[in-house]
Write a protein that binds this ligand. Structure first.
Ligand SMILES: [Zn+2]
Length: 139
């Protein structure tokens, strides 16, 4: 069920918007992401565009969080540069976010339609990688 607008993590959106406004540059860094850790911390990152498949901001933020010892994310949001506002995650990111953080909430939408939805809702009938790792340990 979507959260009510007043429950939205506006501080998180502002953090991503601030990074998008001040740190994005040229064609290499065009998106910012901010994630709320379970312990309350906010971790931010920008994408690293490359034609070979450079990671989106949502993926960079996973690594940036781990580099700070943060392995449990509660909510994530991505904001585009040049005042594009909140941008929903691409298909690849939806899959990665689901596999890393099955209980993650993702902020999507624009204006008064901004809302936080469970990542599972963004990927119906999803493939859950962990469900298909067959245990080969003879124990
Ligand atoms: Zn992506």
């Amino acid at each position: 069920m979507p959260m009510r607008t007043q429950d939205l993590d506006h501080e998180l959106i502002q953090a991503a918007a601030q990074v998008a406004r001040t740190r994005c540059r040229g064609d290499n860094h065009t998106m910012a992401a901010a994630a709320r850790a379970r312990d309350g911390r906010i971790v931010t990152a920008v994408n690293a565009y490359h034609f070979t498949g450079g990671p989106c901001a949502e993926l960079v933020v996973i690594g940036a969080a781990a580099a700070q010892g943060v392995y449990e994310l509660d909510t994530i949001v991505a904001v585009g540069d040049r005042d594009r506002g909140v941008v929903p995650p691409c298909g690849r990111c939806r899959q990665v976010l689901l596999d890393y953080f099955p209980a993650l909430k993702v902020i999507v939408g624009q204006g008064d339609r901004l809302r936080a939805v469970p990542v599972t809702e963004l990927l119906p009938e999803s493939y859950v990688w962990a469900d298909h790792q067959l245990d080969t340990d003879p124990a």
